[in-house]
Design a protein around this ligand. Structure first.
Ligand SMILES: CC(C)(COP(=O)(O)OP(=O)(O)OC[C@H]1O[C@@H](n2cnc3c(N)ncnc32)[C@H](O)[C@@H]1OP(=O)(O)O)[C@@H](O)C(=O)NCCC(=O)NCCS
Length: 177
């Protein structure tokens, strides 16, 4: 494959990225077919940070993948902490399993770290995210606000030695409702 470029999405790429997302989820096991709508809602939210929305492109500018992170809160009786949710992640079916998903996610994790975020929650394929260092969130005393198999709701600290631990129930903003 030619060189893969990962960069912040620009508005002129919104439509092309939407096609990639739709195609990626077309035959996905767990999909409501509305992932592109979620992206649109997150972009409109007050805490949207364009740096946390990336696309993977070929040198000629063809978009092969898209991923984004956005703020959610982890709330306990004692405190509320902001972390990021990774959703959605999309790679065109014809180029899946070539490391593009991994490259997108690692780029976002680095940006999360650079922006001072503590960690990332994700709801998804347990085996896939395990390879990227995610563990069941329950191991960190972090819980989803909905009923989901324990292994599919995962968390990862973006710092190797986190100075702060978060625990509690994750609350998703309105965009996710
Ligand atoms: C899931 C997805 C983003 C992964 O992207 P990708 O570029 O195909 O994956 P990568 O090449 O980075 O991943 C490589 C590794 O993950 C494994 N993998 C890929 N998809 C997987 C899945 N659904 N379940 C378990 N493992 C998976 C590959 O076998 C590969 O393993 P290896 O490193 O041991 O060879 C992509 O397949 C996709 O867009 N799927 C449809 C939409 C979707 O389900 N999105 C995720 C919602 S949680």
């Amino acid at each position: 494959m030619t060189q893969l470029l990962i960069g912040t999405i620009v508005e002129s790429e919104y439509e092309l990225a939407k096609d990639v997302v739709k195609k990626a989820f077309q035959n996905a096991e767990h999909s409501d077919g509305k992932e592109h709508e979620l992206i649109g809602k997150i972009r409109k939210s007050l805490t949207y940070n364009a740096e946390l929305e990336v696309v993977a492109k070929t040198e000629s500018g063809k978009i092969l993948g898209h991923a984004m992170m956005s703020e959610v809160s982890v709330d306990s009786d004692d405190e509320n902490n902001v972390v990021l949710a990774l959703a959605p992640v999309s790679v065109l079916p014809e180029v899946q399993n070539r490391g593009i998903g991994k490259a997108l996610i690692e780029a976002l994790e680095y940006r999360a770290y650079e922006n001072g975020y503590i960690g990332v929650v994700v709801l998804g394929h347990a085996e896939y995210y395990k390879k990227l260092g995610y563990k069941p969130a329950s191991e960190f005393n972090i819980y989803p606000p909905f009923d989901v198999p324990d292994e599919n709701f995962m968390f990862k600290y973006v710092f190797e030695h986190p100075t702060k631990e978060v625990k509690g129930t994750v609350h998703y903003p309105e965009a996710f409702q």
